[in-house]
Design a protein around this ligand. Structure first.
Ligand code: HEM
Length: 422
């Protein structure tokens, strides 16, 4: 199906900075929209529809795709042609390449997920909560003088610090690990200059040495941290993660976890602070907070969309998607589908059916860090409610958004002020 006057590309930042109006049109007029304006770099050359991307916006279709990994693959080629040979040659000096959770399908995915998931269980998250609270309180103590820009002074350092504390990265090494991890992400951004990627790969080999030392250290003297859980994780018949799997999966956990938690906490704070009565309601009744976080993520979840590859020819909402085509699964369009969430633009932390939101995905690839992330976002907000209960955004505040990477969307700033005594 096509709509002649609709022109949308999920790769166009001008359209995706404010995606909701066009997603509403797509969902209503053309729920599986073939965009010929994909990104050449992201395309797999031999697909019948190379250069096209099928944008799926209805909640029902998004849920179907996420629940059928056999029909919509997360396999390695979904991001395009992959890492260039010169870069692979540099990486070969370090640990062997390994697949990760994000780019595998069952059954390989199931095995890895069982092992990695052990470190992110409810119990591990609960054990980590006091450490996350301590990080939040340390940062909140710096919010003095009656005004602050919460994104840079509180949200970003909190999400990074709390996640790396949870993993077990010592504080004095956290900046280095974040810098290395940024270089690792460069490997997966198609179209970057190959020489820049090759230089990044040389640093990533250094980074892998860091993992080898950290894992050996945890095996010799286990600690209460995620790296220890990954080092010791064991499934049936003694199956364990290899050193390369631990390194690649941890790089992915940092990459997926830190940015999403920064953007998720910032966007939920925006939802709460943009209407003082929402903030006052959670201030008065903390039991509303869990629902407020879910509703905030439904309205402004940071992950806009992610790719899948059609494993065979398939029809969805009346449109044929050919084998090998790239499919953009738009979580945030699904979260504003009026058929799934009546009056989708309104805020209701006690909304019936709120648990159906897909801000953390669904099915086999459901966010492995969702439990930790929820705890971190709730803790971050609770500490602000305790420290600056009267925080307000400017009355005429008009939020702007930026895209840290093409699939993530985050408010640009959160300038708050509050009355001070004396
Ligand atoms: C508000 C915060 C977060 C949001 C909105 C979010 C969103 C998502 C989404 C939508 C997916 C599904 C991907 C798919 O369908 O292919 C996902 C998967 C994933 N997330 Fe998160 N995430 C968040 C926090 C985290 C954290 C804190 C971690 C790590 C500790 C993490 C690690 C991952 C990983 C490794 C996957 C891949 C899981 C798999 O394929 O089995 N995420 N996340």
């Amino acid at each position: 199906m096509t709509a002649a006057d609709l022109h949308f590309s999920p790769f166009d930042p001008e359209q995706t900075k404010d995606p909701y109006p066009i997603w509403d049109r797509l969902r209503g007029e053309c729920p599986v929209y073939k965009s010929s304006m994909g990104s050449d770099e992201w395309m797999v050359d031999d697909a019948e529809d190379a250069g096209a991307v099928y944008v799926v916006t209805k909640h029902e279709d998004v849920a179907y795709i996420l629940e059928h990994p056999d029909k919509f693959s997360s396999g390695e080629d979904k991001n395009g042609p992959g890492i260039p040979p010169e870069v692979l040659e540099e990486l070969a000096k370090g640990l062997p390449l390994s697949t990760t959770l994000y780019n595998t399908d069952p059954p390989e995915h199931t095995r890895m997920r069982t092992l990695v998931g052990q470190g992110l269980s409810q119990q591990r998250v609960a054990e980590n909560a006091p450490l996350t609270r301590a990080a939040a309180e340390e940062l909140a103590a710096g919010l003095t003088g009656g005004s602050a820009e919460l994104l840079e002074q509180y949200v970003r350092p909190l999400a990074n610090r709390a996640l790396l504390d949870f993993l077990g990265v010592p504080r004095d090494e956290q900046d280095q690990v974040l810098q290395w991890n940024g270089l690792w992400e460069m490997l997966f951004i198609p179209g970057l200059p190959v020489e820049d990627q090759r230089q990044a790969a040389a640093q990533i080999v250094e980074y892998q040495r860091w993992y080898e030392r950290a894992v050996e250290d945890r095996r010799a003297s286990p600690r209460q941290d995620m790296l220890t859980r990954l080092a010791l994780a064991e499934a049936d018949a003694g199956d364990k993660l290899s050193m390369a799997e631990i390194a690649w999966c941890t790089m992915e956990l940092i990459s997926a976890g830190a940015a999403n938690t920064v953007d998720g906490l910032a966007n939920v704070l925006l939802v709460l602070l943009s209407e003082p009565k929402r903030w006052e309601a959670v201030l008065a009744d903390r039991d509303l907070l869990a629902g407020a976080v879910e509703e905030g993520l439904r309205l402004e979840g940071p992950t806009q969309w992610l790719p899948r590859t059609a494993a065979g020819d398939i029809e969805l909402s009346g449109t044929r998607i050919p084998k090998g085509a790239m499919v953009a699964v738009t979580y945030q369009a699904a979260n504003r589908d009026p058929e799934a969430f009546p009056s989708p633009e309104s805020y209701d932390p006690q909304r019936p059916g709120l648990a159906r939101h897909v801000a953390f995905g669904r099915g086999a690839h459901y966010c492995v860090g969702a439990g930790w992330s929820r705890m971190a976002i709730r803790t971050g907000i609770e500490v602000l409610l305790d420290t600056i209960p009267d925080a307000r955004l400017p009355e005429d505040f008009e939020p702007e958004f930026y895209l840290p990477i093409p699939v993530l969307r985050c408010v640009t700033s959160l300038p708050v002020s509050w009355p001070t005594t004396g």
